[in-house]
Design a protein around this ligand. Structure first.
Ligand SMILES: [Zn+2]
Ligand SMILES: [Zn+2]
Length: 258
């Protein structure tokens, strides 16, 4: 699997880019910044947008993707997520009051997008990968994902507090296992993190320590821009390179080459 970090910041700020990851050039996880960061050729190569939840920082450039994806030869862009997420997108994003409904024919042309509901907890093959949605802990419908191919697994927490259903699933995920985990706030901000459904490095460490064996690698994402330096300072207390903060424009092959 090849993971391209299109955007990994926990909110907007100068030189910060909201959550978007591209796997194997075909599966886009969340749409915080793809229209700003990817070329039209990149976007036309995407098959499916996999959504974790409908918070703005994860969907803010989703409305622009269907027409950017469309070519004379293309099939509709697929938006995949559990049904509760898709319902929010259908009711509040792709509507005439604020944009266009690309799931319907426009001016006699075929629809530019198609919704793909995912069963929670059950693997679905998407873009040749086994994708399983697992409920997170974020006060709104929100899902982490286990994504596996024949050589290993990447697990994405999405936005979550300590109560995610993902932790126990990590123990049985096919290895090697890379965990892409949010750490929005620095250590010392646990009450706020728990209140908002987020993690600190310390909360993350507690959560995954209870679900042995430990992941083979932990990539940190969704650092709030205003706390980024403090989170990076906290992370020095955890073993490197096991704990590695992501950087925009990084590319990660998983499993990592020896
Ligand atoms: Zn969120
Ligand atoms: Zn977020």
């Amino acid at each position: 699997m090849f993971l391209r970090i299109v955007g990994c910041d926990g909110g907007p700020a100068p030189n910060a880019w909201c959550t978007s990851f591209l796997i194997n050039g075909r599966l886009l996880i969340d749409a915080g910044c793809p229209a700003s960061r990817l070329t039209s050729k990149d976007i036309q190569g995407i098959d499916t947008v996999l959504l974790t939840h409908a918070h703005w920082d994860h969907i803010k450039e989703l409305p622009f993707l269907p027409p950017l994806h469309h070519t004379a030869a293309s099939t509709p862009l697929i938006i995949a997520a559990p049904l509760d997420i898709l319902t929010i997108i259908q009711k509040h994003v792709f509507i005439r009051d604020v944009w266009l409904d690309f799931s319907q024919p426009l001016d006699g042309a075929p629809p530019l997008l198609r919704y793909m509901p995912l069963a929670v907890g059950q693997p679905t093959v998407i873009c040749g990968l086994r994708v399983t949605a697992v409920p997170g802990d974020h006060h709104v419908p929100c899902y982490g994902y286990l994504i596996s191919d024949a050589s290993g697994t990447m697990a994405f927490t999405s936005d979550t507090g300590p109560g995610s259903a993902l932790w126990p699933r990590l123990a049985t995920a096919p290895r090697p296992l890379a965990l892409v985990a949010e750490t929005s706030y620095p250590d010392g901000h646990e009450p706020r993190a728990i209140r908002e459904g987020h993690l600190t490095p310390s909360l993350l460490n507690q959560a995954i320590s209870s679900s042995a064996p430990f992941p083979d690698k932990i990539f940190l994402t969704h650092l709030k821009p205003e706390f980024r330096e403090q989170v990076l300072q906290c992370v020095t207390a955890y073993p490197s390179p096991l704990w590695t903060p992501l950087t925009n424009n990084d590319g990660i092959s998983w499993p990592e080459p020896n």
